[in-house]
Write a protein that binds this ligand. Structure first.
Ligand code: UD1
Length: 436
């Protein structure tokens, strides 16, 4: 298994190209199941999760091809779901990536049937899919749970319906957006998720011929159509990757421009950086982050968008480990998202967790250690801490990083970080051609 070795202490300066958002690309890929035409996506990040989704779609019968994009990063992806011959999303794929459940709404809406493995537990909590299933039932789907699978079918088209989500869910909003686009009649989603990635899916569906109003609000109205068509669509830049690099720059007292980052998607995060004494402002090409002074302590509560994202919690915690004073983080989205705490503690951080809150007492410095990546964002918190720590840090199990950060070592080392991958294999652990 690959490791990452970092020698801390170098100030990050320069430019980092922000990739397309993984969490937008995954549902967009699933949306190709809604049409027999070709969906052409650009700015698709080169990541293990994207390959998993491509493999899942390929086994349903989707024809996928990749090509290098004109940009330095990202790929163009062409998906044709004309001949879908398998409606099962198997355990092996859903287990490795929960976003696989996003094929459920699309398969059911276009083909009237789907069999999708229940995702099961994951490192950051139980993460059920009850909201997805209840909404599909309200739309007339028959759903049974048997042998670890969701068996869903409909007679005729799904029916438009009023759906009040009892909790805000990104995945459920996306699944039902796709299902409702091909349903008969009008579907109204209340308490819908408003994340930029949800909006990206909705805009792409509109380009495919869907009738959607209220994008970016908590009430979305979808008037179902009989058919959708193909389109060209460019994946939105990754606000979480941008925020992660902002934290990396800040912890080193750096000055980095995040090329392509969209300030309007980062408001809650930018506010917290500003409160912590880090300058963050919009430039013509993206967002610039400058840290001149010691980080100040702040309090953070994670919330659905436009609140502070849970996907930035671990990275911000790493930054606050060296703040002047004590900070408090409260995690309200996932119940078990402090897996990075014992690892940061190994690097000298002073963190106490009480239920859903963590108190971080800022230290003058962190010290390099051997640590273990536990999930995607937790892994990046270790990278951030290591960039500022005295001495050498070795991060084990970096396959978590490969799920969500494109060319991480390359991007950071171009800004002056001393970071290298210690590979036990001569090439990267996944290949996009595998999935084609
Ligand atoms: C998506 C993101 C993930 C992010 C999360 C919250 C993708 C691929 N992943 O995950 O990176 O951390 O949003 O911003 O986009 N819940 C239920 N029942 C359900 C569905 C969800 O109780 O049927 C709960 C979850 O356990 C969690 C909360 O709702 O506590 C939010 O989850 P959700 O927004 O659905 O997250 P994902 O879509 O899985």
């Amino acid at each position: 298994m690959d490791k990452i070795r970092i020698i801390g202490g170098n100030r990050l300066t320069g430019k980092i190209q922000i990739s397309g958002a993984k969490n937008a690309a995954l549902p967009l890929m699933a949306a190709s199941l809604l049409t027999e035409d070709t969906l052409k996506l650009s700015n698709v990040p080169y990541l293990a999760d994207i390959v998993t989704m491509a493999n899942l779609l390929a086994q349903h019968g989707t024809n996928i091809s990749f090509s290098a994009s004109a940009q330095e990063f990202g790929k163009n992806m062409s998906l044709s779901s004309q001949y879908i011959n398998n409606f099962t999303a198997p355990y092996d794929l859903v287990r490795t990536m929960r976003a696989s459940v996003l094929v459920l709404g699309a398969l059911l809406a276009r083909f009237g049937q789907a069999k999708v493995s229940l995702p099961g537990g994951c490192a950051i909590g139980t993460r059920p899919i009850d909201l997805h299933l209840k909404a599909l039932e309200l739309m007339g789907a028959h759903i049974e749970l048997a042998e670890g699978y969701v068996h869903a079918h409909t007679h005729g088209r799904l029916k438009g319906s009023e759906i009040n989500f009892e909790k805000i869910s990104v995945g459920a909003t996306e699944n039902i957006l796709m299902a409702a686009s091909l349903a008969e009649g009008v579907t109204v989603l209340r308490n819908a998720a408003r994340e930029p990635e949800v909006c990206d899916l909705a805009y792409c569906l509109q380009k495919m011929g869907a009738k959607i109003e209220g994008i970016g609000t908590d009430t979305i109205r979808i008037t179902g159509v009989e058919k959708l068509h193909g389109c060209d669509y460019s994946v939105v830049p990754d606000r979480i990757e941008a925020g992660s690099f902002a934290a990396a720059a800040a912890i080193t007292g750096g000055d980095v421009e995040l090329i392509g980052a969209r300030m309007e998607h980062m408001q809650a995060v930018a506010e917290k950086f500003t409160d912590a004494g880090v300058e963050m402002y919009e430039t013509e090409r993206g967002v610039r982050v400058i840290a001149k002074e010691r980080i100040q302590c702040i309090d953070i509560i994670t919330q659905p968008y436009p609140g502070f994202p849970t996907d930035m919690q671990a990275q911000m915690m790493a930054l606050l480990c060296v703040a002047d004073g004590a900070s408090m983080i409260t995690e309200t989205i996932f119940e078990n998202r402090y897996m990075h705490v014992p690892e940061l503690t190994r690097m000298g951080a002073k963190i106490v967790v009480h239920g859903s809150s963590a108190m971080i007492r800022g230290e003058e410095e962190l010290v390099g250690a051997e640590v273990m990546a536990t999930d995607l964002r937790a892994s990046l918190s270790l990278v951030i801490a290591a960039l500022a720590a005295r001495g050498e840090t070795v991060i084990h199990r970096v396959y978590h990083l490969d799920r969500g950060y494109e060319r991480l070592e390359e991007k950071l080392s171009a800004c002056g970080a001393r970071i290298e991958r210690i590979s036990e294999r001569p090439t990267r652990p996944f290949s996009l051609t595998e999935a084609a």
